[in-house]
Design a protein around this ligand. Structure first.
Ligand code: ANZ
Ligand code: ZN
Length: 808
């Protein structure tokens, strides 16, 4: 029949694709690697928001298929980590069991998308055959001096009861659960990501990524250049080194501030200031970092000591204040209140002199009310530097300082080493053995994977030790070096460990000798297109780049950037049930829209099209139940239009040619630029024209075939079905993506006779693709005063032939 029946059609093609996969590696076709950010198998299942990225990546993959590529399009599970563990704790089920169950149900849901995933490539980060290599990478990092232990105050989530990396703290809150993050002094495993800071920054230039994401990474790495300057402490043999990006302002330094944690802070106190200094240091230690960073009124205490400005010998007071961070630069700064906002506020509050050293016009500002923070102007009050351009001096000053011998040019990064240990059960055990004699010794590679022990209680302890620490039989072992009794490391890895390299494993999942063979890595990687949410801009995407560079450096892979091109899709939002405002879809808000019902009622193809039609893919969009009805109507009209014309033998007209090539151009260009919502609206517009033509001339075969090919990546079942209806014998995805010819796009005109009540009066030239109303209007216009005084009874347009105005 000509009625569109999504259930029959979709079941038919699901079966056919299973029997004869459409994406095969013949070893000859060039590869294209299109990767989705792999999901957490959470217990909540998928909602329509999750579909969006997967639909986009599948459209893109199928588009590549139609360009003769072998497409690597895998899927897997990021299954370690807190959500899986929290779910398990809440439901009283061991994480391994609940995780496996969740994977099974989400996999079923993901299959409904009808993406061309190659399930032979599936990975699961909790699979011992997989995490063996996650642990192996850690051992290589350890052997290369990039994994080290350190006791330090780290971010601690009191609710998740685990330490967190800086990247996991958003505005002072835990990225996972939203609890306020505190500090806890803990022995940590750290990864020396800072050793890669320069390359991570410089290589951003190589990437075809959204500028926004590159900027976020650059800011997170936070490279700044300036100078370290040594100030002698008056009356002592010691000096204090400050870090400044503005050594050009050295003559304007009127005081110095040290972080209260600075090693000299307490020592600088005099008998008179000791009590106040000790108190300030103590009070600061009680305050959380969030509180310290907040924009509150400046506090501080004078130490009683002075420093000597090495350039002009002036004696400046040394203060302590919490606005100077202990772990950035040198933890001490020279303060130039005339040209820095924070220093200005501090100087005003504590009545410290302000000396202007840069001026716009060579004159001093009278009664400064705010700092002059522009880096352009001419130097004043600066001795031998007077009259110089400050911008020029800013660049030269570090070298002048170096020559004069009281400092050196320096580069600083905001990026910190990666806090890599977690005090939780459900993660990869860190493969290290602590020996009283040999120190930290890696688990021998032949003993990997190091399995998690079976435990009764996997709840976090909150003590700063992981639940593994309580299992004596597991903790106590022997040293691989000397054979003496030794203890296992009990911390586990963060979830990012498994997701930092999974894209490498997909192409060689069964390799039990190597993480990935060099040959396969070279052949199939790097990833050509990576699609996922923007929330990973500085977490997963930075960590993956770091891992890839490391694996490149030790010879595992031949490339040093994992993802050539990146696309970030926006979220699909639901509405708040009370206020109607758009919000994230979540179980707790009760506004989840499940794809399952929609697939059942409207079909997979309809949902795929609506996922794209809902809005610009890079932006957040709001789900609208009514929208799917519109899509469904379009599909039915399109389906009938093709069926109706398929049997006719319609000749190609200039108009049809122009429509066909216009269609190819519009769809291709919009798809290439990822304007996917406008691709769907273009299909709708062209379809309307074809439906109109069906009533008159009809639509020729070639144009029908073209439309079917173009829609196939978006609505693959419909694409295959109609391709078959049009006589195709092989899959539509084995045909080539159509190309357009500009020559056909120019609007042709046709000459039409214009009749009044059946008698030809004039002729008129009209654009060949103009619609009926336009053509009749042009005809009437051409008739001029011939219709004056007459009443029009009927207006007839025989397409391409004649305009007839019946009047009396
Ligand atoms: C003197 C000066 C004069 C500065 C001036 C700025 C403007 P970025 O770009 O972030 O690297 N600074 C240095 N170490 C600091 C710390 N541990 N805590 C807080 N502030 C610190 O900024 C570097 C600038 O921030 C340095 O340059 C220093 O202040 C301050 F007109 O030195 B500046
Ligand atoms: Zn030992």
């Amino acid at each position: 029949g000509t009625q569109y029946n999504h259930k029959l059609i979709e079941a038919k093609w699901t079966k056919k694709w299973e029997e004869k996969p459409i994406n095969v590696n013949d070893g000859v076709k060039p590869k294209y690697y299109c990767l989705d950010m792999f999901p957490y198998p959470s217990g909540n299942g998928l909602h329509v928001g999750h579909w969006r990225g997967y639909v986009i990546s599948d459209v893109w993959s199928r588009y590549q298929l139609m360009h003769g590529k072998y497409v690597i399009h895998p899927m897997g599970w990021d299954a370690f980590g807190l959500p899986a563990e929290n779910y398990a704790i809440k439901n009283g089920i061991h994480p391994s069991i609940s995780t496996a169950a969740n994977i099974a149900s989400i996999k079923k849901q993901i299959k409904q998308i009808a993406a061309i995933y190659d399930w032979d490539m599936e990975v699961n980060t909790t699979d011992p055959d997989y995490f063996k290599w996650t642990q192996w990478i850690f051992v290589q990092m350890f052997k290369n001096g990039l994994a080290y232990e350190k006791e330090m105050p780290i971010n601690w989530c009191p609710s998740c009861k685990t330490g967190l990396a800086n990247e996991e703290v958003k505005e002072g809150k835990c990225e996972r659960c939203g609890a306020d993050v505190t500090k806890k002094n803990l022995r940590q495993w750290m990864l020396k990501i800072t050793a890669y800071a320069d390359r991570l920054l410089a290589d951003l230039d190589k990437l075809d990524w959204p500028e926004k994401v590159k900027k976020m990474q650059a800011e997170w790495i936070g490279k700044s250049t300036g100078a370290e300057v040594n100030f002698k402490i008056d009356g002592k043999d010691e000096s204090i080194t400050v870090y400044t990006t503005r050594p050009d302002t050295l003559h304007g330094a009127t005081f110095m501030v040290l972080a209260p944690e600075h090693k000299l802070a307490a020592e600088l106190a005099t008998p008179e200031t000791k009590a106040a200094v000790d108190d300030y240091i103590y009070q600061t230690s009680l305050r959380s970092s969030i509180d310290r960073m907040a924009d509150h009124e400046k506090t501080g205490v004078f130490t009683g000591s002075y420093a000597i400005n090495p350039l002009n010998g002036s004696r400046i007071p040394i203060w302590l204040s919490d606005y100077v961070l202990a772990d950035y630069g040198t933890g001490a700064i020279m303060c130039v209140p005339a040209h820095d906002d924070r220093d200005f506020e501090f100087a005003k509050k504590f009545n410290i002199p302000i000396i202007q050293v840069i001026s716009k016009d060579g004159k001093e500002i009278e009664n400064m009310t705010e700092a002059y923070t522009e880096a352009s102007g001419v130097m004043i009050n600066s001795g031998e530097w007077n009259g110089m351009e400050s911008a020029v001096l800013k660049k030269e000053a570090p070298h002048i300082i170096e020559e004069k011998g009281f400092g050196k040019a320096t580069t600083n990064y905001k990026l910190r080493d990666w806090v890599f240990s977690r005090q939780r059960y459900w993660g990869e055990p860190i493969p290290i053995i602590h020996c009283p004699d040999c120190g930290a010794v890696p688990v021998p590679e032949e003993d990997l994977p190091l399995m998690l022990p079976e435990v009764d209680k996997y709840e976090p302890t909150g003590t700063g030790e992981s639940p593994l620490a309580a299992i004596d039989s597991w903790v106590n072992t022997t040293c691989p070096c000397c054979g003496k009794p030794a203890k296992r490391e009990t911390n586990t890895m963060p979830q990012w460990a498994g997701s930092s390299w999974y894209f490498l494993r997909y192409v060689d999942v069964n390799n039990d000798k190597e993480l990935v063979s060099k040959e396969k890595a070279d052949k199939y990687l790097p990833v050509d297109m990576y699609i996922g949410g923007v929330e990973h801009a500085v977490l997963h995407l930075l960590y993956s780049r770091f891992y890839t560079k490391f694996l490149h450096d030790i010879g595992v892979v031949g490339f040093d950037e994992p993802f050539t091109k990146l696309f970030n899709q926006g979220m699909i939002c639901g509405r708040d049930r009370e206020t109607g405002k758009p919000t994230k879809m979540s179980k707790s808000l009760g506004n989840i829209v499940s794809p399952d019902d929609i697939v059942n009622d409207y079909g997979c193809d309809a949902l795929r099209l609506y996922e794209l039609f809902v809005g610009p893919p890079e932006l957040d969009s709001i789900w609208d139940d009514a929208g799917i009805d519109g899509i469904s109507r379009f599909i039915k009209r399109f389906y009938s239009m093709v069926i109706d014309n398929a049997e006719k033998d319609v000749a190609e007209t200039p108009e049809l040619l122009r429509l066909r090539h216009g269609l190819i151009k519009d769809i291709t260009q919009r798809l290439e630029s990822f304007n996917l919502n406008t691709v769907i609206s273009a299909f709708m517009e062209y379809n309307n024209k074809f439906v109109d033509l069906t009533k008159s001339t009809g639509v020729d075969k070639e144009t029908l075939k073209t439309m079917v090919k173009l829609i196939a990546p978006f609505a693959p079942h419909i694409g295959e079905e109609l391709w078959e209806v049009l006589g195709g014998t092989d899959s539509v995805f084995h045909t080539e993506w159509p190309e357009f010819d500009e020559a056909h796009l120019k609007a042709d005109t046709i000459t039409l006779p214009v009749q009044v009540s059946g008698k030809t009066r004039v002729t008129v030239d009209v654009p060949a693709d103009a619609d009926k109303d336009t053509i009749i209007a042009l005809g009437k216009e051409a008739l001029g005063d011939r219709l004056d005084g007459k009443t029009i009874i009927k207006e007839i347009y025989v397409p391409g032939k004649i305009i007839n105005i019946v009047a009396k």
